[in-house]
Design a binder for this molecule. Structure first.
Ligand code: SF4
Ligand code: SF4
Length: 214
């Protein structure tokens, strides 16, 4: 914990006067993957998995209703934006899209056949995505609209973000208005830092070394 506090202190000179009084830490991982053209091999793997899942869907049945994903808070938006989607690496060539999600989408969008549902997703595959990450993981974030994502994509919160959002002592949500300094890190190195604001993340210039203080 002391190392994290020191990390925030290293960024303190970058903050304006009133912000220094309101300094809070939010440490998340950093996506450091490179953008690359989505390969035919990865595209084919996604399409093969999709067709396999679609085989198991009964389009005459109505899938369980789901709730519209809630808007994320400013802090969550800015943390994930500064991190740039480290956790999306786990989406690989499946994007967590299984038969349960696909049946839900078919019901919500009144889709009645395999080809229509498959085409909906295939048309959204990006030209470029992060190397080795989810096939939908692009420089601008997820290429899928929120209602087409798997539930886990709309609900997952990593440990660093959860620790900030939840009061560890009592499990109470913390106020969102504090506007933390977000540090996206790899090992002991700060890769990116930003101040969360109502208008989005305001990038902070890193200290010269970019390393956490001992
Ligand atoms: S949930 Fe955590 S790991 Fe995932 S994108 Fe957001 S900050 Fe990054
Ligand atoms: S579908 Fe979108 S949110 Fe889910 S893992 Fe892939 S890029 Fe991330």
């Amino acid at each position: 914990m002391q190392a994290l506090a020191n990390s925030a202190a290293a960024l303190r000179p970058r903050l304006k006067g009133e912000e220094k009084c309101n300094l809070r830490n939010l440490v998340v991982p950093a996506n450091t993957r490179r953008l690359t053209r989505l390969s035919k091999r990865r595209r084919n793997a996604f399409e093969a998995k999709m067709w396999s899942d679609l085989e198991e869907i009964d389009f005459s049945a109505t899938a369980a209703a789901t709730t519209t994903p809630a808007d994320v808070s400013d802090v969550s938006r800015d943390a994930c934006g500064t991190c740039r989607g480290f956790c999306c690496a786990w989406g690989g060539t499946h994007a967590f899209l299984g038969k349960t999600t696909l049946a839900r989408i078919a019901t919500e969008r009144s889709i009645t056949n395999h080809t229509e549902l498959a085409t909906l997703y295939f048309d959204l595959l990006p030209e470029r995505s992060y190397s080795g990450s989810c096939v939908f993981h692009t420089q601008r974030g997820c290429a899928l609209p929120r209602d087409l994502r798997a539930d886990i994509c709309n609900s997952f919160v990593c440990g660093g973000l959860q620790a900030y959002l939840t009061d560890e002592s009592g499990g109470r949500p913390q106020p969102q208005s504090a506007g933390p300094v977000i540090m996206a890190t790899t090992g002991d190195k700060i890769i990116r830092a930003a101040r969360s604001t109502q208008d989005g993340p305001a990038a902070l210039r890193l200290p010269v070394s970019g390393r956490r203080q001992p």
